[in-house]
Design a protein. Structure first.
Length: 409
C-alpha cells in the first residue's frame, strides 16, 4: 500500500478525504484479482520493473501439483494445487507475510492425461467472495475471509455439461452481478451472489480459455471457446452474435483472445497458429491475416504498443520460442528460442518471462529484440504458469507446486 505524506499545515477535510480515497484507489489498482489481471490482458499497469536491481525471496510455499496462477486482492494471495492422489486445495495466504490464512480442500482426481496432472484453472477474487472452478466441474463460491462455502454447483451434475478431455478450466469471470463460466457451446451466466441461472447455452465440450468480456458500440459482449469454435455473445443475455470456426488437434482452444479496438486475435497451439479478425460490431468478423508464427498453446500473448509478445509452439517440441509480431500485419519481428516453452506477462512496457527451466527474465518490450536487464533463477523446471506482478511482488510457480514470491521494493 502507498503511504500518503501530509504537510503539517491545516488541510481542508474534504480535500483530505479525496487524497485518502485516491491513495486507496491507487493501492487497489495494483491488485491482480483475476486471471490475466484486472484488464484481462496479461499486462499490469504497475511500474517499477524498468528499474529493478534485485528481487529477494519474500516468502515461498509448496502447493502440490498444478498450473493454476495466483490471484491477489485485499491483502490476500489465492492459488491452488493437487496432492498427487485425490485432493485439490485452494490456499489463501497473507500477501505481506505469506502466513496461511485458510485453506479449502475438495476431492478431485489427478487427471494426468498426457501430463503430470493437477489443478489447471485459476480462482477469481471479487470483494468478499472467491470463485473456484474445478476440472471435474465443481464450482465453489467461498467466503474470502475464512474459506467457507457460500454456495456450490456442478457443471456436469447440475447442468448436464459434458467435460472436455482435460476438464473445465480457465477462470470464473465476474461481470457486474453475473459470473461467467466457460461451459457448453458458449458459456453460462450465473448470479454471482447465489448461483442462480441468468442464461445458459446448450451442451458441448467447452474449450479451455476463460470468458473474455469487451465493449463495442455501447454493448458488452463475451467470447467463449468450445472444442470447435470461438463464439461471441451478448454478455447480458447470452444471445449469439457470431461463431468463428477454429479447429485444433484434440479440440484444444486454450488461449484467451487478444482484443484491441476493432481487432480480435485468436491464437492456439498444436500447429494451428493465429488469425487476426476485424469486427466493427455488426455482421461477421473479417480476416486481416493468418499465420503459423504464433501458436500459443496455453497462455495468450500480451499486446504492448501494437506488438504481440508470446510463446510460440507446443511444450516439448523443437523450435518453441518467445516471439514478437506486429499486430496489424502479422509480420514476425524476432524470435528467442532460449526461453523454451515458458510463460510471459508484462508490467507496463516490461516483459516478465519465465523460461521453462525456471529463470525469470525482465526486459523492455521492444520490436527490435529482447534484452533482459534482470535475470534470476527462481524455480526448478517445468514452468508453464505466467508470472504475476502485484503490489511490488513477483509471483512465480512451477508444475510441481514450488511457489516463490519475490519482493522488488
Amino acid at each position: 500500500m502507498k503511504i500518503l505524506s501530509f504537510s503539517p499545515f491545516p488541510v481542508n477535510q474534504a480535500i483530505l478525504s479525496l487524497l485518502v480515497a485516491a491513495g486507496l484507489e491507487s493501492a487497489q489498482a495494483d491488485d491482480w484479482p483475476v486471471l490475466r489481471g484486472p484488464d484481462r490482458n496479461g499486462v499490469s499497469t504497475e511500474g517499477g520493473l524498468e528499474r529493478i536491481a534485485s528481487a529477494e525471496v519474500a516468502w515461498e510455499k509448496q502447493l502440490g501439483l498444478g498450473y493454476s496462477a495466483p490471484v491477489i486482492g485485499g491483502g490476500k494471495v489465492v492459488i491452488s494445487g493437487h496432492d498427487g492422489e485425490e485432493t485439490d486445495t485452494v490456499f489463501c495466504f497473507d500477501e505481506a507475510s505469506g502466513a496461511e490464512m485458510w485453506k479449502f480442500s475438495y476431492p478431485q482426481p489427478l487427471g494426468d492425461l498426457y501430463f503430470p496432472g493437477g489443478t489447471t484453472g485459476t480462482a477469481t477474487i471479487d470483494g468478499d467472495r472467491i470463485y473456484q472452478l474445478a476440472r471435474e466441474g465443481e464450482l465453489f463460491c467461498l467466503n474470502a475471509e475464512n474459506g467457507e462455502v457460500v454456495w456450490k454447483l456442478h457443471m456436469q451434475k447440475d447442468f448436464g455439461y459434458s467435460k472436455a478431455d482435460w476438464g473445465f478450466t480457465g477462470a470464473p469471470i465476474v461481470n457486474g452481478s453475473h459470473l461467467l463460466i466457460n461451459a457448453g457451446v458458449n458459456g453460462i451466466a450465473l448470479n454471482k451472489l447465489d448461483g442462480g441461472v441468468v442464461w445458459r447455452s446448450k451442451d458441448a465440450e467447452a474449450g479451455y480459455s476463460a470468458p473474455l468480456v469487451f465493449e463495442k458500440n455501447g454493448t458488452q459482449y463475451a467470447i467463449f471457446s468450445n472444442e470447435k469454435n470461438y463464439v461471441c455473445v451478448v454478455a447480458a443475455t447470452g444471445e449469439r452474435v457470431w461463431v468463428h470456426k477454429w479447429m485444433t488437434r484434440y479440440g484444444v482452444n486454450a488461449s484467451d483472445p487478444v482484443i484491441s479496438g476493432d481487432f480480435i486475435l485468436i491464437a492456439t497451439g498444436y500447429g494451428k497458429g493465429a488469425e487476426l479478425l476485424k469486427w466493427t460490431g455488426s455482421g461477421e468478423p473479417e480476416r486481416v491475416w493468418k499465420s503459423r508464427d504464433l501458436r500459443t498453446q496455453m497462455n495468450a500473448a500480451v499486446l504492448i504498443e501494437g506488438h504481440l509478445y508470446g510463446i510460440d509452439g507446443d511444450e516439448g517440441k523443437d523450435g518453441t520460442a518467445l516471439k514478437c509480431l506486429n499486430l496489424e500485419t502479422g509480420e514476425t519481428l524476432w524470435s528467442e528460442e532460449a526461453i523454451g516453452h515458458g510463460a510471459v506477462s508484462a508490467a507496463g512496457n516490461q516483459l516478465m518471462v519465465l523460461s521453462e527451466q525456471g529463470e525469470l527474465q525482465i526486459g523492455a518490450a521492444s520490436p527490435s529484440g529482447f534484452s533482459p536487464h534482470y535475470t534470476k533463477k527462481v524455480l526448478d523446471s517445468k514452468v508453464w504458469t505466467v508470472p504475476v506482478y502485484a503490489n511490488g511482488r513477483i509471483y512465480c510457480r512451477n508444475a510441481s507446486g514450488q511457489f516463490v514470491v519475490l519482493a522488488t521494493r
